[in-house]
Design a binder for this molecule. Sequence first.
Ligand SMILES: C[S@@+](CC[C@H](N)C(=O)[O-])C[C@H]1O[C@@H](n2cnc3c(N)ncnc32)[C@H](O)[C@@H]1O
Length: 467
Amino acid sequence: MKNRFNNITSKEWLPFQKSWFLFQDNETLYSEHIRFFMKFDDEQSMPNIYYYGTNRKTLKEVAEKNKANIVIDFTDDIQYALIDLRSKIDEINTIDEFRNLKREILLLTKNLFAILKNRRFITILLHNKTINDNYYPLAWDLSYSISSGFSLKDEKIACLTPTDQKQLNNEVFYLLNFRKDENSSGQFEYIDTELTCPNTNISKDFSKYTKQWDIIKPPPRNKKEILHPAKFPENLIEDFIEVFSNENENIFDPMSGTGSTQLAALKKGRNGYGTELSEYFAKIANDRLEEYLHPKQKSLFIKEENNVKFKILNCDVREITDHDFPSIDYIITSPPYWDMLNMKGAENQAKRKEKGLKLNYSDNTKDLGNIEDYNNFLNELTDIYLNLIELLKPGGYITIIVKNIKKKGKNYPFAWDLTRKVSSKLIVLPEFFWLQDDINLAPYGYGNTFVSNTFHQYCLNFVKPIK
Ligand SMILES: C[S@@+](CC[C@H](N)C(=O)[O-])C[C@H]1O[C@@H](n2cnc3c(N)ncnc32)[C@H](O)[C@@H]1O
């Protein structure tokens, strides 16, 4: 197949498509991006790149090596723009300073839109940040404004590899990739997302989370677990439960699936509560928990007795009443990712079908995974969470595991939209990333355009204000 997009081989194309990557220095980062996003046709005509950022020297070296020409004004056509805002964000001390930067970058992207070739990309690098004790998802906020004019195609996240322990910086930053195409309006609108509500009374010690990401390789699923199309790994949940709750406290998951949350809770000496709409999965979940607490085959080793309890009701989470559960200390959950399991073409779906496994959770219309319209789905889910926090003790935490969604060529920043919505009642805390490295990469868009394999899941964290 002819590669019309860049000059790299399919072997080099594939690793770049992973939606997260670890890098050692800016040179590698810049170099990989220039090689991927630019096409070099012949020696005479060097393609143009626009750069904004403080690492101009590095960029210049990398551009020279790759034979790209750096333009400084807005007169020539460009093939690619790299906007590195990391240092600028580091210097920011107030949210007003960020708003000014946002205005400046919006003007810049508007100018770039006029000179960027069609179907070509701009990449913006920046991170979220705590300012005066409030956590602000600045990257997501900026992205909303830029996507009013450009098409947001894909976000990658990057983590600096800790080669030098002294300079260890485990902060994640975002590489937001926008394309100029038939769906981009070129009309840039300043959007303020007001992503956070005031942060007061946060008392937990987060020191266990020394980094913002982890590569998780869950053990192979057993016979019962594999029946569920989207189960999360218990070891990840156990870590969260340890950070956000104490022994003997009550943990809740409104969409329990196979009961991973409750099992992790019991293992960590907490009580596990929840609901699950599907009768089939609710039974699997209850069986797993029962078997854990009262195993049929007694172990030779005497298991330490503990008094933990579990209860998973088979019902729509919207139907629970005040009396069904005690008050909850921590909620950890993962919703259906919109109606993606009903998209028959997905690669994973074909494999499950071959094995005769269930493709979706249920055909029940109350199942959130069966809502077709994105905004309806988002609103229903938000209502569920905002009602549910009535069960949560003030100062209690909630973790929601989700990912951004690509459907029919369009990008839906589900994780960011959900944060924006629930932040009307919850305080936003730094997000954590579950990085997946146990799935094969697929050569989406090869030779034509950039489409990543989304292998990073957001663990969104919030706390209920104490009033
Ligand atoms: C992503 S899965 C959860 C997987 C689970 N964390 C595990 O590890 O097995 C989402 C679950 O939400 C359930 N669900 C969907 N709509 C629901 C509703 N209205 N009330 C309760 N559960 C619902 C689905 O049946 C599905 O099992």
